[in-house]
Design a protein around this ligand. Structure first.
Ligand SMILES: NC(=O)c1ccc[n+]([C@@H]2O[C@H](COP(=O)([O-])OP(=O)(O)OC[C@H]3O[C@@H](n4cnc5c(N)ncnc54)[C@H](OP(=O)(O)O)[C@@H]3O)[C@@H](O)[C@H]2O)c1
Length: 437
């Protein structure tokens, strides 16, 4: 049952949580032609969840994987064998809290939030409270919805790669959803950044602060004499051999993604091999399994509100245009992120009002200042961060031990396979909280 608390002075939400809502619904795996706009019931929230009245949603590759059911490995991992377990697509969300579960302590009705939900392409979405944070005050809902999945991935990838000021960093896939954040975060960390993208988007990557831009159509970034301390490999599927060659002996490779036509493991093959190869060779090769979490949304918010990180949005579509939005993502023409706005009709008349006795703690945990922003950069830079937030970061980051014993290797491999396939997709509703979303 959905529970509602209301903080005085906050805008009153639509209290009718038994009403229907407009949502994109998908009954079978397939292309965006399987998406249709329809009326369904509001989602029920669990005790630790929040009901978000959605203003905007972000589109990302993870949503594409969940739509197509590819690579197939993810189907047997709990996302639905023949059809998606969650019928409403969409992960990244920005909106206003409309109801809270009984165990929610961070948020109250009326709070403006952003984060990751299940079913963001709808007027209402359920989200775990630990996957939300207060919306950056300087962003619109649309901009905020562009942040949670992609910026978190960039942030965690650079941290896993042990980014430090003064390094030379190569970002392959610099003009995409993840890359546009990675370039800005790497620059804010005091590194020299080389971004790889297509000719058409070189100006964008430069405008984000990249010192050098390589056009992948005319130049192989891993060829030549340039050596990097950190390579964030988001796209392109360069071979591990080539990537290693472009690294300094003490450097770090972080494989984030890369699409391929393979249907069983998709573009994840390199991600699976990298930690294994890393047992035997230097430099350190790792793969990222990102996990959107409140603890990383907060420092990102600091950076945004301090003006050091800005979402790069190419296009915004209406909810009924979601299939069109997905076609643009597939075409690869977006410069940065694609968003979807959900314009709600006037609230329906109240039929049921649920009340709650939950005490309120407030959520004001994100003071915006340059001091906080530089602390966030420090947290990103430092390999041995000690602050509470940074410790939480470390707990959430799935770092691959560089030299595991041979006996642990096989066990690791199977766990990695599981984690990697779901790295850019959402957690099925029945997952336990320890797994990534
Ligand atoms: N590991 C994780 O936890 C995790 C989390 C989120 C996402 N991911 C994965 O990360 C990948 C990228 O996500 P995204 O949202 O950034 O995708 P995106 O917005 O579609 O961006 C793709 C980027 O790849 C570039 N690119 C395309 N072909 C390339 C090539 N041959 N060589 C070099 N660069 C090339 C594109 O450049 P142009 O547009 O200029 O052509 C663009 O910058 C996906 O595979 C996704 O599944 C992984």
């Amino acid at each position: 049952m959905n529970t509602i608390t209301h903080r005085p002075g906050k805008p009153s939400p639509n209290p009718d949580t038994t009403a229907t809502m407009r949502a994109i619904v998908q009954e079978h795996y397939g292309s965006s032609d399987t998406w249709r706009l329809t009326e369904i019931d509001h989602p029920e929230i669990e005790a630790h969840e929040v009901l978000v009245q959605v203003d905007a949603a972000g589109l990302d590759r993870g949503t594409w994987h969940l739509m197509t059911g590819r690579p197939y490995l993810m189907r047997i991992m709990g996302f639905g064998l023949r059809s998606p377990k969650n019928r409403v697509p969409g992960l990244a969300v920005a909106g206003t809290v409309a109801a809270v579960g009984a165990d929610v302590s961070r948020f109250e009705v009326g709070d403006e939030v952003f984060g990751v939900s299940r079913g963001a392409f709808a007027e209402y979405a359920a989200a775990r409270e630990d996957k939300l944070a207060p919306k950056p005050s300087t962003l619109t809902f649309e901009q905020a919805a562009a942040v949670p999945v992609s910026a978190t991935t960039a942030f965690q990838g650079l941290r896993l790669g042990r980014i430090a000021a003064g390094q030379k960093v190569l970002i392959i896939g610099a003009s995409g959803g993840v890359g546009t954040y990675a370039v800005q975060l790497a620059k804010a960390s005091g590194t020299e950044v080389t971004g790889v993208c297509s000719t058409a988007k070189a100006d964008l990557v430069r405008s984000l602060g990249a010192d050098h831009v390589i056009d992948y159509a005319t130049e192989d970034a891993t060829e030549g004499s340039r050596r990097y301390d950190l390579i964030l490999d988001i796209a392109g599927n360069a071979s591990l051999r080539h990537l290693r060659r472009a690294l300094n002996p003490t450097g770090n490779l972080v494989i984030v993604g890369g699409e391929s036509k393979g249907t069983l493991t998709g573009g994840f093959g390199r991600s699976l091999r990298a930690p294994l190869v890393s047992i035997f060779v230097r430099p350190r090769l790792t793969m990222l399994t990102s996990s959107e979490h409140h603890a990383d949304l907060v420092p990102l918010t600091d950076l945004i509100d301090a003006g050091r990180l800005t979402p790069s949005i190419d296009q915004t579509y209406r909810l009924d245009q979601a299939p069109e939005a997905m076609r643009q993502l597939e075409a690869g023409t977006a410069r940065g992120k694609i968003c979807i706005t959900i314009a709600s009709p006037p609230p329906p008349r109240r039929t049921t009002l649920l009340s709650a006795s939950r005490s309120t703690t407030g959520s004001g945990m994100v003071p915006s200042s340059k001091t906080i922003a530089s602390a966030s950069i420090t947290a990103l830079n430092s390999a041995s961060v000690t602050s509470a937030v940074a410790e939480e970061h470390a707990a959430n980051a799935k770092t691959i031990a560089p030299r595991p014993t041979a006996a642990r290797c096989l066990l690791m491999m199977s766990r990695l396979q599981a984690r990697t396939i779901v790295a850019s997709v959402s957690r099925p509703r029945t997952d336990d909280p320890g797994r990534r979303s």
